[in-house]
Design a protein around this ligand. Structure first.
Ligand SMILES: C[S@@+](CC[C@H](N)C(=O)[O-])C[C@H]1O[C@@H](n2cnc3c(N)ncnc32)[C@H](O)[C@@H]1O
Length: 434
């Protein structure tokens, strides 16, 4: 283990990350996104899962509990965090979890794989280059042929702006000091910048943007993000190129709404789409449009490249279960021909006068936070329309599919390959917490 890795281990032992359950890298979400883009994933309930840099397993343990037939493996450099995770797993009686203490660049994971899902969140950009290589090499060698991996990383151009603040904080940081003292010092420095930044200046915008997103940030996040000595953001296309060298390909973003031009620049969207020769080029351009700083990419073996489809269409819907909460802004649906808004005020809303669309939004909202299958949704919409004394239109299915497509593109619907249904235990994780 080289000195940079030893330092990293000491950092995380001294100030554990305090990781939490993350819905986006959850295998059931990854599986649904992979399916949507044409790549059929392994079944989640019996899957073999690996998390690289799992900290104390906060992300893995709820999953292991929800899916007792799954096999869950986590590896982390920090012995303190792994010991905490093992303690929690034992206290919860979880038998399907193995937490390994080691360096991903040195550990032999062969006896534990292959894995159907590999998750690496919050690690790739915060480690030395040889560890980044090891992460991709582990995905190449340990991911099952039908498997799906997830890697999150910091990206330019958004990080160019963030680097200004980070350079200021790290320049006046005392790396050898006590973690709590370093975090306090960093907060004082940010407050100082806020006090002295001229009104309307670039610096003021920078500090205000930081403060608007940092309200919930705890000391450990501050230490391992803003004060991290080693952060290596990259451009999206450079990440994709590196995948290529490991016989891997980019499949999609774990937040598919970020892949569509219409969500960034409605006016210029069509021009952007026409000018870009590939989805990759479009997404790189969108990173500039949105000044993006962070990405969560789904990655699959290169042999699956031919299956990937970016035209998200109804052909992929019949196996999916959908959940969305978009209540009528007026409080109830009017089945006349009037136009109505759906969605909470202040959030992205849908505007429609279509009976079928209104009924579909009512059905989804009534079921939230649980899912409705594609088949059940159409049946329930028919029932709702006939109950209101209306004849369902002949093209009802097409209208529902167009609505689902629009909700997916705008990021207004969740989807899964397995239903998320009410369960007896009110404390059990719902689809948004596991
Ligand atoms: C920012 S934390 C993210 C934790 C967790 N994945 C999450 O999402 O909350 C990064 C983790 O990666 C671990 N890590 C760093 N270098 C590593 C390496 N070479 N091998 C294994 N784990 C490593 C750290 O110990 C730390 O727990």
């Amino acid at each position: 283990m080289n000195s940079a890795t030893q330092r990293r281990r000491a950092d995380y032992d001294e100030a554990p990350y305090g990781s939490s359950v993350r819905p986006v890298p959850s295998p059931d979400h990854l599986a649904a996104v992979a399916h949507l883009f044409g790549v059929d994933p392994p079944a989640v309930d019996t899957a073999r899962i690996l998390e690289i840099g799992c900290a104390s397993g906060a992300n893995l343990l709820p999953f292991a509990s929800a899916y007792p037939e799954a096999t869950v493996v986590g590896i982390d450099l920090s012995g303190v965090q792994i010991a905490a995770g093992r303690h929690t797993a034992a206290a919860k009686g979880l038998r399907n979890v193995t937490l390994l203490h080691g360096d991903i660049a040195e550990f032999d994971l062969n006896p534990f794989g292959p894995f159907d899902f590999i998750v690496c969140h919050g690690v790739y950009s915060w480690v030395p280059d040889h560890v980044r290589e090891a992460v991709l090499d582990t995905i190449r060698t340990a991911l099952a042929p039908r498997g799906v991996a997830y890697v999150s990383y910091d990206v330019y151009p958004g990080w160019k702006t963030k680097e200004v603040l980070r350079d200021f904080l790290t320049r006046f940081d005392h790396p050898g000091g006590k973690p709590a003292e370093r975090a306090r010092r960093a907060r004082t420095l940010i407050d100082f910048l806020g006090d002295v930044a001229p009104a309307g200046s670039e610096l003021e915008r920078l500090v205000l943007t930081y403060l608007s997103t940092s309200g919930q940030i705890g000391d450990n996040y501050l230490l391992h993000e803003e004060l991290e000595r080693l952060i290596s953001p990259c451009y999206f296309v450079d990440f994709v190129e590196r995948l290529d060298a490991h016989e891997l390909v980019y499949l999609a973003d774990a937040r598919p709404d970020t892949m569509y031009a219409a969500n960034y620049a409605e006016e210029a969207a069509q021009r952007l789409i026409e000018e870009c020769e590939s989805q990759l080029e479009l997404e790189q351009r969108l990173d500039f449009v949105g000044n993006r700083a962070f990405r969560q990419s789904l990655v699959v073996p290169a042999c699956r490249a031919g299956q990937i489809r970016y035209d998200v269409g109804p052909a992929r819907f019949p196996l999916l279960h959908f959940a969305s909460r978009l209540p009528a802004a007026d409080g109830f649906t009017r089945f006349d021909h009037s136009s109505q808004y759906y969605g909470e005020p202040g959030t992205r809303q849908i505007y429609t006068n279509d009976h079928g669309v209104k009924a579909a939004l009512d059905v989804l909202t009534a079921c939230w936070p649980h899912t409705v299958s594609w088949h059940r949704l159409t049946r329930a919409v028919r029932e709702r329309l006939t109950g209101a004394g209306l004849e369902p239109p002949a093209d009802l299915q097409t209208r529902i599919d167009m609505l689902l497509q629009m909700l997916i593109v705008r990021g207004l619907v969740c989807y899964r390959l397995d239903p998320v249904a009410p369960i007896d235990d009110p404390t059990a994780p719902s689809m948004f917490t596991r």
